[in-house]
Design a binder for this molecule. Structure first.
Ligand SMILES: CCc1ccc([C@H](C)CC(=O)N[C@@H]2O[C@H](CO)[C@@H](O)[C@H](O)[C@H]2O)cc1
Length: 822
């Protein structure tokens, strides 16, 4: 077996080459000459998988016997991105693989490009879950990520005639080499039906649930490697299956549809990801999806506990469960049901375990994103859970009444049930009541969570409220996305320890005035800009000049993120250049990226306006050489990895108080971009870390914005009093960007002048002035390069490793569990 062992898991170039050719033959059934790019990718993927499996199995064995306290991350979304390049970095064999490939005449980068990314998420929340899973392994914290194995992930975005067009994301069409199906890890999940009381073996009157409809959830496991460690954690995603996949009786009676009905019905539950990022949709299938993965996951934890530790009384010592927003909040009720109905615990025992098991992270303050489900829907779909929610609520409100005597208004606000109008279950209140810890994702956000959204709860349980500022993994967003910069940093610091300890980037500061480094630093940025320009030319036909300032705004489209404020600045620049006022302007490429929820009209209109402005600006010889506007189609993890290294300026311009944290802001700074932004979310902490002098700040503070809205915000006054603002909006309404159609963008401009809920007009002037300071700074390359260098040197805190260490210490009370090599 040693030769076999050496080939299948050997890290040497020879072993990699042999294993690659073996996998191409034995798995793809191909030899070199006839192999397709997909075959070559699959062979590379399996060759890499062979090496991580050894670590994974070794970790699983150790965790099983060590009864290690385990973190379970429950998330409806995981925006994982392509696996291959990151797994090679975390195995430490990227260069060896590149050389092995070269000796086999393979183009390494082309093989990496071939991978279809698993887009099982919408945006920030989903990507954060993926960064956290990688950092949990890197920080050697035993963990299991639970979620849904959507057959179709976030749609692929095409831009046709300037409009977003959604394309089905059939990411599994060519198979997925990174997952292992676990047919034996399969749990029943019920829906509908009724609850009935019965007398248990001790003569106790008990309630139980008789579901009307059962399906099965089957596990698919994906190993999550860490960097520079043997620890490998598990991502377990559930697929819905019919308990009976083919009904022969129906078939025999010729009812062919009937024969497959239950299969189709069941599989719809994990069929597709809801492409909404903020607006709450309240669709029945969405609730079915949430209950589906929550029930499978809680049943799996109980199975693991009974198999490894034993009696459930110690469940909360073994497992700590993080709720990634309210989407998995039903887990609180499902654990109660399983402990009471299936495992015979009494209420007090069950509730004590439950509330010591869960922790909840809030990711948004937007009222329209806070999930509530109608009591009527609960009655129909989850009658037993509604019972339990009523009982949890009864006992909880007794505690509130006791603590705040006679304050019925508070009881009304804190109740798990919204009574006014149609009765609805407040999932955020349920998550807080059922958790031992609640946290926001940036200091400002966590403070606003305590002062507004959960004010009543923070007054009742102040000790439960925490902040853990988000972070991102430097392995994917620096080492994989920007190998040139990573090499320069390692060279300058004389070590690559920074990859695992990002605070070590601070050592770059001593070189901040090193002219040689400055030159190399600019060369690295220019090369990345050239790569992006080449890709954009091929993807959109738009030519970007790498010598121009790459001004980038890439994130989901939403009015609070204010992509329309950015467009107004572009139109201002256009008008200025047309009027010959190009002094202290610098040539810029305005680059946008991001998807809009398919049902979000205003977001889709913003995308159309950007492409409409691009068409006019990019074809206007008078401004040629001064400005380019380009929309990067299908912004996802893979394309993000092209964009972050190429940006000079990172646009983080949300209305203060609205962006919970942001994580793109961290990725751009880590790649040497300077930020223009408001004091919102994590921008506040990024500015503190990199130094106010290395950050372009503008706009109302959260406090000032709130004040102005409370005292009455009249956007039309800004429109009337600021002639440049008026002319920019009027130019949109003139039809210049819409072939004379003066109505196309009216919904957007009317909304801005008459309502402007996110105060675009109030921040317009400050934003324009700040952009002037950006242009001035960019005209001094030495100063700009130093600012860029200092942004990277001081960004260490925003590693997801630091965030995970804070969760482990302050919230999960779990210690690292290093695994020795097998
Ligand atoms: C019910 C529909 C729905 C779907 C997703 C969401 C997410 C909470 C939205 C989201 O992704 N929030 C983002 O989370 C990031 C990670 O913490 C933050 O950095 C962003 O500021 C926040 O907008 C809300 C509502």
């Amino acid at each position: 077996s040693s030769t076999h062992e050496r080939t299948r898991t050997g890290m040497s170039k020879t072993a990699l080459k042999q294993d690659f050719l073996d996998n191409l033959f034995y798995i793809q059934g191909r030899f070199r000459e006839v192999a397709t790019p997909h075959d070559l990718y699959m062979a590379a993927a399996f060759t890499t998988r062979d090496r991580l499996l050894k670590r994974w199995v070794n970790s699983a064995q150790v965790f099983k016997t060590s009864h290690a306290r385990t973190v379970c991350y429950l998330s409806a979304e995981y925006l994982l991105g392509p696996h291959l390049a990151c797994n090679l970095v975390n195995l430490g064999i990227t260069d060896t693989a590149r050389q092995a490939g070269a000796e086999l005449g393979l183009n390494f980068d082309a093989i990496v490009e071939e991978e279809e990314e698993p887009g099982l998420g919408n945006g920030g929340l989903g990507r954060l879950a993926a960064c956290f899973m990688e950092s949990l392994s890197t920080c050697q914290v035993p963990a299991i990520g639970y979620g849904i194995r959507y057959e179709f992930g976030i749609f692929d975005q095409a831009i046709e005639d300037g409009w977003q067009v959604e394309k089905t994301d059939n990411w599994l069409r060519n198979g997925n080499p990174w997952e292992i199906p676990r047919p034996k890890i399969c749990f029943p999940v019920g829906y509908g039906g009724h609850t009935e009381s019965y007398r248990d073996e001790h003569g106790q009157m008990r309630l139980r649930w008789q579901p009307a409809f059962m399906i099965n959830g089957m596990a698919y496991d994906t190993p999550i490697l860490g960097y520079g460690t043997e620890n490998v954690n598990l991502l377990r995603l559930w697929k819905a299956e019919a308990s009976e996949s083919f009904n022969f009786q129906a078939f025999n009676t010729g009812d062919y549809y009937g024969a497959v009905y239950s299969k189709i019905e069941a599989e719809t539950i994990s069929k597709v990801l809801y492409p909404n990022d903020e607006p709450e949709i309240g669709k029945e299938l969405r609730l079915k999806q949430q209950y589906f993965f929550v029930s499978c996951s809680m049943q799996d934890m109980i199975r693991l506990h009974l198999n490894t530790v034993g009696p459930l009384e110690s469940f909360a010592e073994k497992f700590v469960v993080q709720l990634n927003d309210t989407h998995p909040a039903l887990a609180v009720v499902e654990l109660m049901r399983l402990l009471l109905d299936d495992h015979g615990l009494n209420w007090e025992q069950a509730w004590d375990i439950t509330r010591h098991t869960f922790c909840y992270t809030n990711h948004t303050l937007l009222p329209e994103a806070l999930e509530t489900w109608s009591v009527a829907l609960f009655e129909r779909l989850l009658p037993r859970h509604l019972d339990l929610i009523y009982e949890i609520n009864r006992r909880f409100l007794d505690e509130v009444r006791m603590r705040f005597l006679g304050d019925e208004a508070r009881v009304w606000r804190m109740s798990l049930i919204a009574e006014g109008g149609e009765r609805r279950v407040r999932m955020a209140n349920l998550a807080v009541v059922g958790s031992q810890a609640v946290n926001g994702v940036a200091e400002l956000h966590s403070a606003l969570v305590k002062a507004t959204l959960f004010k009543d709860f923070a007054e009742l349980w102040p000790e439960r409220f925490h902040n853990v500022t988000n972070g991102v993994t430097p392995r994917r967003f620096m080492v994989v996305a920007n190998p040139r910069l990573s090499r320069l940093i390692t060279q300058t610091c004389g070590h690559d320890a920074w990859i695992r300890d990002l605070e070590r980037l601070r050592e770059l500061e001593t070189h901040q005035d090193d002219a040689g480094l400055h030159a190399d630093w600019r060369a690295v940025k220019l090369a990345a800009k050239q790569d992006l320009a080449t890709w954009m030319q091929q993807a959109t036909g738009i030519h970007l000049d790498p010598a121009s300032l790459f001004d980038v705004q890439a994130k989901r489209f939403h009015e609070y993120k204010r992509q329309h404020l950015n467009i107004l600045h572009i139109i201002r620049c256009y008008q200025r250049i047309k009027q010959g006022e190009s002094q202290n302007l610098v040539p810029r490429a305005f680059i946008f990226g991001g998807k809009a929820a398919p049902g979000y009209f205003m977001a889709k209109l913003m995308i159309k306006l950007i492409n409409a402005v691009a068409e006019v600006v990019n074809n206007d010889p008078q401004v040629n050489g001064w400005m380019r506007v380009a929309f990067l189609p299908n912004f996802n993890v893979k394309n993000g990895q092209r964009l972050y290294p190429a940006a000079d300026l990172s646009e983080q311009i949300s209305l203060a108080g609205k962006e919970a944290s942001g994580t793109g802001n961290m990725k751009f700074s880590m790649n040497g971009a300077l930020t223009i932004g408001t004091l919102d979310g994590a921008n506040v902490e990024i500015r503190e870390a990199v130094g106010a002098e290395n950050f372009f700040l503008f706009g109302l503070t959260a406090e000032a914005a709130l004040q102005q809205q409370l005292t009455g915000y009249r956007p039309w006054e800004y429109y009337q009093s600021d002639i440049e603002l008026k002319s920019d909006i009027d130019l949109i309404n003139s039809g210049l960007f819409s072939h004379g159609d003066t109505q196309l963008f009216r919904p957007l401009t009317d909304n801005l002048v008459n309502h402007d809920p996110f105060m675009v007009l109030a921040d317009y002037r400050a934003y324009l002035e700040c952009q002037q300071t950006v242009s001035a700074a960019y005209q001094d390359p030495e100063r700009w390069t130093r600012m860029s260098l200092l942004n990277v040197a001081r960004i260490g805190r925003f590693s997801s490793d630091r965030a995970i260490r804070e969760y482990a210490e302050h919230i999960w009370k779990v210690t690292p569990n290093p695994i020795e090599a097998a």
